[in-house]
Design a protein around this ligand. Structure first.
Ligand code: SF4
Length: 236
């Protein structure tokens, strides 16, 4: 039997091994590194290929964004769509958020999936308060974002009236893909590089329609102030 000898400590680029022998060579190099047998130029090459530097803050934020634990909590019909995001078809596990927690004390994301009645608002707020910092909230669907079709005394006209909301997902109900998109936006926010809104991207400031009154309505002073502050924060 002929034995072919192969040099193990060669500098190779970080791509998929093409043959089982390449894979074996890579495994042996990794073993040498762990044992402390890799030295000199070989060690430099190995480190240059595999090590990336960053700041602790960025690493922490990336870890946080990719290991979110949503609370097991649903409010109305939107919750059915939220439940399907954990199914194999939509698979929120791809983004590291498949473990819905049964206690707010173990959760860091509250998805408001449905209309919030006036009676339910204090309960939602209590659940949010019981979650530990850092924590986030997604308002899913027209009802929790603005009251939706329920313009009446029994339903809160937007959950951000009684708690902070980080991302609003439009739709009635939003499809699971829409919720996943909103979730990705939240991840970008947690990583510290939120994308600017579409009005900033398309230079469309001044086209806002103020809630409830339609395009011709005037915003209240408070709404204008909040809007200007939000633009300042976004740098828009
Ligand atoms: S937005 Fe539509 S689907 Fe969601 S809770 Fe309201 S009525 Fe139901």
């Amino acid at each position: 039997m002929e034995i072919e000898r192969q040099k193990l400590r060669v500098h190779s680029s970080l791509e998929q091994p093409k043959t089982p022998e390449d894979l074996r060579a890579r495994q042996l190099r990794a073993r040498d590194l762990l044992r402390g047998d890799l030295e000199g130029a070989d060690l430099d090459a190995y480190v240059e290929e595999r090590v990336a530097t960053s700041t602790l803050e960025k690493v922490l934020n990336t870890a946080r964004a990719n290991s979110i634990f949503p609370a097991t909590f649903g409010l109305a019909c939107c919750a059915i769509e939220m439940m399907s995001t954990v199914s194999p078809r939509y698979d929120i596990a791809r983004f590291g958020a498949e473990a819905f927690r049964a206690s707010p004390r173990q959760a860091d994301l509250l998805i408001l999936s449905g209309r919030v009645s006036i009676k339910m608002a204090p309960v939602v707020r209590r659940i949010y308060d019981q979650m530990l910092e850092p924590k986030w909230a997604i308002s899913m669907g027209a009802c929790s974002s603005s009251g939706g079709m329920f313009s009446n005394y029994a339903v809160v006209q937007g959950a951000d009236k009684f708690m902070p909301v980080d991302v609003h997902v439009p739709g009635c109900p939003p499809r699971p893909e829409a919720l996943l998109y909103g979730f990705n936006k939240l991840q970008e926010k947690i990583r510290g590089n939120p994308t600017p809104g579409w009005r900033s991207r398309y230079n469309a400031h001044g086209t806002e329609e103020w809630a409830r009154g339609g395009p011709a309505s005037k915003p209240s002073e408070e709404a204008l102030e909040a809007y200007e502050k939000a633009r300042e924060v976004l740098g828009a």
